[in-house]
Design a protein around this ligand. Structure first.
Ligand SMILES: C[S@@+](CC[C@H](N)C(=O)[O-])C[C@H]1O[C@@H](n2cnc3c(N)ncnc32)[C@H](O)[C@@H]1O
Length: 456
């Protein structure tokens, strides 16, 4: 028997998946919008919906492969809501042990009616019942002769990504990249010591355990605390007082390449929502020496809110294209956290697998080139341009920098070893670049970073 909240949670998950895959939006944005229509949803229901949506996005290609063998028509010819109901149902059956299979089938069938395709209920019922039996065997593509098909299905990645990485990487790195990017990532916090912890508290880890029962562990990166679950921010005094921000260890590591003295003038060129600006301030940059810029008004609004929670005042905030906004301005240090394909954070945003195209990587690379070329003029002689992206794709990283250095012979790459904690030195390449593939043993995001010093 179906329950209202049981089928409602599945219906919201189907709608979210449909919005993400047909309208090209991030899953957390889609979910936030949908949740606003259902103010009575319990946190438990929301968590269940999150898991169905994120999990389905992680395992989409594998589930589609199973169902394509069960349908008498092509999977892509289905109404997206029907296809997504089948995905949500199959995900529960295969990956959510605690959901009884009968409930996964019946509640998803009810949900199909709620999302506006009642005439597909019998099809969804028939397919999900077959899936739930788990008794059918479909021969997999051959790992050697059909390598791209095999890896794409087995690890659930689009063929073009698999093909590209298969050619570019060693087999070991390639397999590691695919398998580990489907793991659910942990979150990390960055401790902000400029704002003291609530009275009587001296350690953020102990405080989170005491007030929110959150287990955590300090990482080698100074001030990085890995947490088992996200805090309830509204109820967390330390969060309201600006004692920490949520920031992956790899993002902290990349930002730590900027080693500014308190008197250095600094530009955070693509700054919103402000995480790295806050990191810079925490590491000693004084607000009056910090300029931040972003062209996205909505994101700047969040930056302002974040600065205000930190009580970070006196920073110059520019709105618009950073190259135009900074004409004629000179800075000792420029951090360019450039817009990128975000391939390094697929494990956090699994929809990237299905929304991103090769063209996107190439377009991001073009814009990064424009920003690098434009900002090179704003670096003081003897100053540095620190370029970072949450991607490991060649066009946005190694190739981008080698063509920058060819064009700008007054710049040189600086060895980042001295600025990096010993533990992370393994991520510095022989070419003096910080290169982190996502799906690494340290469970940190994929990132790239390089220090470019202007000599003349
Ligand atoms: C990777 S995000 C920055 C994240 C940010 N540094 C942080 O840590 O919170 C890239 C940002 O660049 C901004 N952006 C992209 N192109 C820009 C441009 N031409 N001028 C200014 N900002 C730009 C985007 O709006 C986006 O907020």
């Amino acid at each position: 028997m179906s329950t209202r909240s049981g089928s409602l949670t599945r219906a919201i998950a189907i709608d979210a998946l449909t919005h993400v895959l047909t309208r090209n939006i991030h899953s957390d944005v889609a979910l936030e919008k949908l949740f606003a229509n259902y103010p009575n949803l319990r946190p438990l229901d929301k968590a269940f919906i999150y898991e169905m949506v994120f999990g389905s996005l992680r395992w989409l290609a594998k589930m589609d492969w199973i169902m394509s063998h069960m349908l008498d028509r092509s999977f892509s010819s289905l109404d997206p809501r029907v296809a997504n109901a089948l995905r949500i149902g199959t995900y529960q059956i295969y990956y959510m042990d605690r959901v009884p299979e009968r409930a996964a089938v019946s509640e998803t069938v009810e949900a199909v009616k709620q999302v506006g395709v009642p005439n597909a209920a019998s099809l969804v019922n028939a397919i999900l019942r077959r899936v739930a039996k788990k008794s059918e065997y479909f021969p997999k593509p051959d790992k050697v002769t059909q390598a791209v098909d095999y890896y794409s299905m087995h690890h659930s990645f689009p063929q073009w990504m698999v093909e590209r990485w298969y050619k570019q990487l060693s087999l070991e790195r390639f397999e590691y990249l695919l398998s580990n990017n489907n793991r659910i990532p942990k979150n990390s916090l960055k401790l902000i010591t400029r704002n003291p912890l609530p009275e009587g508290e001296s350690d953020l880890a102990t405080y989170l355990l005491k007030t929110q029962s959150i287990e955590s562990s300090w990482r080698p990166m100074p001030g990085a605390l890995r947490i088992e679950t996200l805090p309830k921010f509204k109820e967390c005094e330390a969060f309201q007082k600006g004692c920490y921000i949520v920031q992956d260890e790899a993002a902290q590591l990349a930002t730590s390449l900027v080693q500014a003295s308190p008197t250095d003038s600094c530009l955070d060129a693509c700054a919103a929502p402000g995480g790295k600006s806050i990191y810079l301030w925490e590491s000693g940059v004084e607000p009056q020496n910090l300029t931040v810029c972003d062209f996205a008004q909505k994101r700047l609004k969040i930056l302002r809110e974040n600065f205000s929670r930190m009580r970070l005042e006196g920073v110059q905030i520019l709105h618009g294209d950073v190259v135009e906004q900074c004409q004629g301005k000179i800075f000792q240090k420029i951090l360019l956290d450039a817009p990128c394909s975000a391939m390094g954070v697929i494990r956090r945003h699994p929809e990237i697998k299905w929304l991103r195209t090769l063209n996107d990587i190439q377009n991001c690379a073009l814009e990064q080139t424009r920003l690098l070329d434009g900002l090179a003029k704003n670096v003081a002689i003897g100053g540095e341009l620190i370029y970072i992206v949450c991607s490991f794709e060649l066009e946005e990283t190694i190739n981008q920098i080698s063509s920058f250095l060819e064009k700008h012979q007054n710049f040189e790459k600086i060895n980042p070893q001295d600025r990096i904690h010993d533990f992370y030195k393994k991520y510095v390449t022989r070419d003096n670049e910080l290169l982190i593939y996502s799906g690494n043993p340290d469970d940190i995001d994929g990132f790239f970073g390089v220090i470019l010093k202007r000599n003349a």
